[in-house]
Design a protein. Sequence first.
Length: 502
Amino acid sequence: MDFWQRYRAIDARDPRFDGQFFTAVRTTGIYCRPSCPARTPKAENVTFYETSAAAHEAGYRACKRCLPEAVPGTPAWNMRSDVAGRAMRLINDGVINRDGVEGLASRLGYSSRQLNRILTTELGAGPLSLARAGRAQTARTLLVSTSMKFADIAFAAGFNSVRQFNDTVVEVFDMTPTALRGTARQQKAPVATTTALTLQLPYREPFNPGIFTFLAVRAIPGIETGTQSSYARTLRLQHGDARFKVEYDDGAPGRPLILTIGAVDLRDLPVLLSRVRRLLDLDADPGAVDSALAAEPRLAQSVAEAPGMRLPGAVDPQELLIRAMVGQQITVASARTALTQLALSGSETSVPGDGLDRLFPTPAQLSESSPLLLKGPQRRIDSLVSVAAAMAAGDLSFGYGDNFASLADKLLPLAGVGPWTVGYVAMRVIGAPDVFLANDAAVRNGIRSLSANRPVTNQYAGTPDFREVSPWRSYATMHLWRAASSTSPLSRTGATATKVKS
């Protein structure tokens, strides 16, 4: 977007752009979200920033009226496959808190000095400032949503000391933590422990709850559970096991998404929040996606029926690769049965509850137990064991900091991994928005289903790979899978009909 497109957005107070850029006003020294209800500033006094961290670096403070930090994140970090986009995905996943700037730079293949220069040029702030802005946002969320002690919030948000927490909150928000907590519309009841939290997750409307059904039909008993409006699971994080549940209330005012964290080490809280947002694609811009998809005659009806379709993410990249490999060329139900058997090699969680008592197996556990637990062609079992062993040994490393090309370079040479697997992993791990799984059986079934429902007088052909809706073909794939599953419960949704590389 250029300057005047953004200026028209703030003049219209359009909430669809909240989180996608920030408006700084020189005459007041504050920055706002695009939908801020304050009077629109004169254009000559406005500067737009890609991130709140850039506004901080330029000397601006957050608006107390619109609270620009309380918005969904930008969808650009999944759209962009450049260094800046990859870096932001890793920063949001807490890499700087765990490994520092040097660790982040190493994962991206740059020196820390080069990375700082790139991010400052592209985003207006260096990696430390971007991570600091993330900590401030987490702190604000906990201050207004919970009754946690300030010391607990400080360390949960990633600050090294309470003093650093206090100074950052005052600098960013121009309010003390006590005053910021006072801005909450409703004070929450005190929590029983610092590891049991209930938070509301911001998102851009519309939101289609079909993502819960997608996750529910693939849920592994003991590790996950889901319904048409909720999803819960256990998860292994750096400092311990975690358990969470997300519920969507379509009938409540504002249609809230409520995250209940049953257990988590507070040091892992920012990572958990980031991964839940990735899992449910909560930083997406459904307005932009639906607008492009609705203009495609083959998808128009599906978009009208299911606006706000989301792209399911992954809370653990290594787990997702194993699940993708197991699910190749078989139905969703068959894959779930195989994964349920495979999950027996996983350990019990230290934080059981709500019928969830296990963790998905580690790569080391999988490499040892897979031959005994899996059925099917020996070549496929050998491929999975080989991949699990490579991940356990550290010879295969991939994740949120990759782009499609680097994923393909790492995964395609592996036995048992083909183009479908790479595309599926790219969709779910890095949120790649423009993947089209042309050889997927359910995609083809979905195309036939949607074509059959169109009037004979409107038999528009279009290109086989749906390039008309680029760069949103991953979302088109979700609509096609939806169409296929509505006509055949046994459709091979997310399974390829072509042979994988042996």
